[in-house]
Design a protein around this ligand. Structure first.
Ligand code: PBG
Length: 326
């Protein structure tokens, strides 16, 4: 049908028509808010490269949970800053570690809020790599057992879902087996299936104090140039028992989200990462862009590309904006 018979502007002429034919919707129920938890009492520290995002102590979590639930946000993902780090990242699976304590506090204050945990060693190792080292190389198979122990300790503390972000081969299978052996067969795994070695993680590394002390993460995280490899990574995780597949970062990898959406029928999550957040915040602070509109358009683009779930530091801001629009 060609002009003048077909006029796309007919259905754009007022807000009611535009709403009637809108294809993609954002809902706070599919946003996940990341929380950084630090030792101490009664403290909130703003992260300088992520304005509006704070590291908080465990006693602040009740307030955080309440705020998320009031805004309709269904889940949080936790990152911990331990008081001590060592070569093996043993603080990651301590029974009374920072994350294990935080999980208990959150489940006490807001039991219906989903508590998801990031399973990785980089915040807990003194060298800042995501696994343990043998001859200055991150050793894949030696790391698997520590990751599985970490995931199990999170489940034992009451976590609703675990999310391995380390990029070791075989970790989903190892974690699944360990959870199942310990009667946690009903705890799902959201795997960071496709995680690129990205410069967009810069502000996060300041927030979680996990910059590698030497080298970089390119021997385990993916090369940004590759997309067929993303499908292989995701297929492995499906076979190993992942329940949700994640792509990270989000905006520079919208094509990858779409590819996974087309190829797999599992729910897809996308992590809108720290650098992506920081860029929008910085430009908005300078008055160069309308921060709220760019936020909404960006998150919408991630949904439109095919993500069901978005992990984002904007979760609360976006949920507030959605509420105002009603
Ligand atoms: C831990 C982890 C990282 C992020 C999430 N989990 C850092 C990294 O891999 O270097 C990044 C999140 C963000 O940038 O917002 N491995």
């Amino acid at each position: 049908m060609l002009f003048p018979d077909y006029r796309p502007r007919r259905l754009r002429k007022n807000p009611a028509f535009r709403a009637l034919i809108r294809e993609t919707h954002l809902s706070p129920s599919q946003l996940i808010y990341p929380l950084f938890i630090m030792p101490g009492k009664n403290k909130r520290e703003e992260i300088s490269s992520m304005p509006g995002v704070f590291r908080v102590t465990v006693d602040q979590l009740g307030k955080e949970a309440k705020e998320c639930l009031e805004l309709g946000i269904n889940g949080v993902i936790l990152f911990g800053l331990p008081d001590k780090k060592d070569a093996m990242g043993s603080g990651a699976h301590k029974k009374d570690g920072i994350i294990q304590t935080a999980i208990k506090e959150l489940k006490k204050c807001g039991p219906e809020l989903l508590v998801i945990t990031d399973v990785c060693l980089c915040e807990y190792t003194d060298h800042g790599h995501c696994g343990c080292l043998i001859n200055k190389e991150v050793d894949n198979d030696a790391t698997l057992e520590i990751l599985a122990k970490t995931a199990l300790s999170h489940a034992q503390a009451g976590a609703d879902m675990v999310a391995p972000s380390d990029m070791m081969d075989g970790r989903v299978a190892e974690i699944r087996a360990t959870l199942d052996e310990n009667n946690f067969e009903s705890i799902p795994i959201m795997s960071y299936s496709v995680k690129y070695a990205s410069a967009f993680y810069g502000p996060f590394r300041e927030a979680a104090d996990c910059t590698p002390q030497f080298g970089d993460r390119r021997s385990y995280q993916m090369d940004p140039a590759n997309s067929r490899e993303a499908l292989r990574e995701a297929a492995l995780d499906v076979d190993e028992g992942a329940d949700i597949l994640m792509v990270k970062p989000a905006v520079a990898y919208l094509d990858i989200i779409t590819k996974l959406r087309d190829e797999f029928d599992l729910p897809i999550a996308a992590y809108h990462v720290s650098g992506e957040y920081a860029m929008i915040k910085a430009a908005a602070e300078k008055g160069w862009i309308d921060g709220d509109r760019v936020m909404a358009e960006t998150l919408l683009s991630i949904k439109r590309a095919g993500a069901d779930i978005i992990i984002t530091y904007f979760a609360k801001d976006m949920a507030r904006l959605l509420k105002e629009d009603l």
